[in-house]
Design a binder for this molecule. Structure first.
Ligand SMILES: *[C@@H]1O[C@H](CO)[C@@H](O)[C@H](O)[C@H]1NC(C)=O
Ligand SMILES: *[C@@H]1O[C@H](CO)[C@@H](O)[C@H](O)[C@H]1NC(C)=O
Length: 345
């Protein structure tokens, strides 16, 4: 497992490096990057300009993951830190599932967007949307070429997963959920033509949704993620839904059920993320700000794992009751204000 994640790390470092050495020829560049698999090296030299987009996608995924998990015990910050050994999600948990899916969605999204901007020489707009449907509208403008984005992302991200074990299958599955979701969330935008917007004729094109929507949808999938296990069949190792529930439901020999294509899957239960642990790669929640009211993940009850919280009384003076005097002065009074801040013990 460490091996996989070290690869992820090297890949990140390398994306950063690419920005610095963009003047290198692609062959030299791709040769210099450590830790790339053979397939990745090949992709790199075929399309160096797509790598910049991949780097942007990684950022996009990182920010969105942190946004969605802000205030949770596990808040997605360790994963993306530049700090070398904090990078790891060694446990094949629900959180790992989300992380892989959002990273892959970010990559597919950024590559697709870069194509539409004309930043990647091998792609552009999706011309398959050129054949016009019946009036009163037609395809026009630049439709996002999400197929290219997905294909490139799949080749590149999946090329990281070389081991043939259950964790690899999990990562590959969740990678696919992420990039497929981007395609599923494509929107159709239209523009009206005709005298004063009478809309006699419309031009429509496919466009990317805000990435926030991808993050939210994946969050719903995170909550509904399924436990899976690997079984060896005729065609090698495959993931099936874990049996416990099925056995209880129907006391007969349970049928093997594959996870759905757009379902996030995980192999192991999550740790509670309460304590700092190098083994699980978590920082613990000590010192985290929490809210004393409410029941959400950010409530002191949940976030502090029952250890209780510290209360800090804070007093400060700030400007208040400001008045505007003609002309041109603002006069304020100083008010003392006090409030409390709560942090987990
Ligand atoms: C991408 O394209 C935009 C506009 O065409 C340009 O301003 C920008 O510098 C390009 N970015 C990269 C990384 O090539
Ligand atoms: C995320 O959690 C870590 C460790 O608990 C904490 O140090 C960090 O400040 C948190 N980040 C945010 C944005 O809340």
């Amino acid at each position: 497992m460490w091996k996989i994640h070290n690869k992820l790390l090297i890949y990140l470092l390398w994306i950063m490096e690419i920005r610095l050495v963009s003047s290198f020829t692609s062959a030299m560049l791709c040769g210099r990057i450590p830790g790339l698999t053979q397939a990745q090296r090949q992709l790199c030299s075929e399309m160096p300009d797509a790598l910049i987009a991949l780097g942007e996608g990684q950022q996009l995924g990182a920010h969105e993951c942190q946004h969605q998990f802000r205030g949770h015990r596990w808040n997605c910050s360790e994963v993306w830190q530049r700090n070398v050994f904090a990078h790891v999600i060694p446990i094949a948990s629900r959180e790992a599932a989300y992380t892989y899916a959002i990273a892959s969605a970010g990559a597919a999204y950024a590559v697709t967007a870069a194509c539409a901007r004309g930043n990647i020489s091998m792609c552009g707009c999706d011309v398959r949307h050129k054949t016009s449907p019946p009036e009163p509208w037609k395809w026009g403008g630049c439709s996002a070429d999400v197929e290219f984005g997905m294909r490139y992302t799949r080749k590149f991200m999946d090329a990281r997963e070389l081991e043939r074990d259950s964790r690899t299958l999990m990562n590959l599955h969740n990678n696919r959920v992420g990039r497929t979701l981007v395609k599923k969330l494509l929107r159709t935008d239209c523009k009206c033509h005709g005298v004063s917007g009478s809309c006699v004729m419309k031009t429509c094109w496919k466009s990317l949704p805000p990435f926030r929507l991808v993050g939210e949808k994946l969050m719903q999938k995170y909550h509904k993620a399924k436990t899976v296990q690997a079984v060896r069949g005729k065609r090698g190792l495959r993931l099936v839904l874990s049996r416990k529930k099925h056995i209880m439901a129907a006391a007969q020999k349970p049928a093997l059920v594959w996870p759905k294509r757009l379902e996030l899957v995980f192999l192991e239960a999550s740790p509670n993320y309460c304590e700092r642990s190098i083994q699980t790669g978590t920082l613990g929640t000590g010192g985290r700000p929490c809210s004393r009211s409410g029941h959400g993940p950010q409530s002191c009850d949940l976030l502090c794992c029952g250890r209780g919280h510290n209360t800090q009384h804070i007093r400060r003076s700030r400007q208040c009751r400001c008045q505007f005097h003609w002309c041109c002065q603002v006069e304020c009074e100083m008010c003392d204000e006090s409030y409390e801040e709560f942090t987990c013990k």
